[in-house]
Design a protein around this ligand. Structure first.
Ligand code: AMP
Length: 364
């Protein structure tokens, strides 16, 4: 659950929300975690911030299926619909539902809004979300690309347009959210037209512990030939793959340190990670026809000059270049002034965007 508190004069009163407090409660319900359950976790939040001026609560919900194309005020029907989507996101939606149930119980008079990671991507055309599998099976089991990290991609695409001094509606951006989870998105005039995550957050880029794209035959092979149960294959591809699988470490800082010392596994992992980004950038340039900017965000994207440089290396014929001193200095704009495609680094702020989406849902 994310608590989005809007500053100042109440709903609609202020254009730019300000963050008043930030916090994290981790490993809820686990031994040694911060809280025994979601009720205890929310009580901790309520004790640590001033709730007297609270206008609304925004909940991050990972999977909104094909149903929710925007942030939605929560009522019993909305809760039931999110419950119906649990089979699509068995690892993520139940936690959001616990947060919603507890917040509604403890703060029954405060409006609650669900903000979906998938909603931003419902603008992608059918050919961008349809898997070429048996159409009846796909329809019966809601199998299609949904895409995730929508709040982050929407936020940084808008911030990129602002940085470039362009109207968002006339700006094409390739956004690269490179955190522990990672995804790429092609944003055309403020709308998502392609994204790398699929039916689940497992596909696309290489991540901290997730594989990203692979041939589905890998799964059949691990099951039939290696004899692994399906649950173990799922665990391996989500928890023990990506950087973790390639090197035993899921933190890009550690990979970079080992690579500098000449470690072959870390060197390969760094190259696999950057190459996958490069392949998506190339494919999204082709889809968009023209990109005004490529924007890096999240833990790795905001903090790793070497991943940024390696991912976009050798693309000057496409108008893409990085100015090395701007890149290492931590500038927002890291391409040379004359570059056709601007390269930007924009810190994401998913909580702020959730607060903003919550405000919009309540005033609309
Ligand atoms: P996030 O999910 O956005 O919080 O990103 C977390 C990840 O960002 C970590 O697992 C690290 O791999 C990566 N990260 C954070 N700081 C740095 C850094 N200075 N250099 C490289 N990677 C970093």
């Amino acid at each position: 659950m994310e608590g989005g508190r809007l500053a100042g004069e109440g709903l609609g009163g202020r254009e730019t929300p300000v963050t008043l407090a930030k916090g994290l409660i981790e490993r809820i319900g686990e031994t040694g975690g911060d809280a025994a359950d979601h009720t205890a976790a929310l009580r901790q939040v309520m004790e640590s911030i001033d709730l007297s001026d609270l206008d609304a609560i925004g909940h991050r919900v990972v999977h909104g299926g094909s149903v929710f194309s925007a942030a939605t005020v929560i009522d019993d029907d909305v809760v039931a619909t999110i419950e119906g989507l649990v089979p699509l996101a068995p690892l993520h939606n139940p936690a959001a539902l616990s947060g919603i149930a507890v917040a509604r119980k403890l703060l029954p008079d405060v409006p609650q809004v669900a903000v979906f990671d998938t909603a931003f991507h419902l603008t992608i055309a059918p050919e961008g979300v349809t898997y070429a599998i048996d159409a009846e099976l796909a329809a019966a089991w809601q199998i299609r690309r949904y895409g995730f990290h929508g709040t982050s991609h929407a936020y940084v695409a808008r911030k990129t347009a602002a940085l470039l001094g362009r109207p968002a509606k006339e700006t094409n951006v390739i956004t690269l959210h490179l955190g522990n989870g990672a995804s790429a998105c092609a944003v055309q005039g403020g709308r998502s037209v392609a994204t790398s995550m699929g039916m689940s957050p497992l596909s696309g880029l290489v991540m901290g512990t997730r594989s990203g794209d692979l041939d589905p035959t890998v799964i059949f092979h691990l099951h039939r030939v290696a004899g692994l149960p399906i649950e173990e294959i799922e665990r391996s591809l989500t928890r023990s793959a990506g950087l973790q699988g390639l090197t035993g470490a899921n933190d890009m800082r550690e990979i970079q340190r080992r690579r500098e010392q000449g470690d072959p596994a870390a060197t390969l992992a760094f190259a696999v990670y950057s190459r996958r980004i490069r392949e998506y950038v190339g494919s999204y340039l082709a889809l968009l026809g023209h990109a005004h900017a490529i924007t890096f965000t999240a833990g790795v994207g905001e903090n790793s000059p070497s991943i940024r440089a390696e991912s976009l290396h050798g693309m000057s014929a496409l108008g893409i270049e990085i100015d090395e001193s701007r890149n290492t200095r931590g500038d927002r704009l890291i391409s040379p002034d004359a570059a056709r495609v601007k390269v930007c680094v924009i810190p994401t702020d998913e909580e702020l965007e959730i607060a903003e989406e919550t405000r919009k849902a309540l005033v609309s």
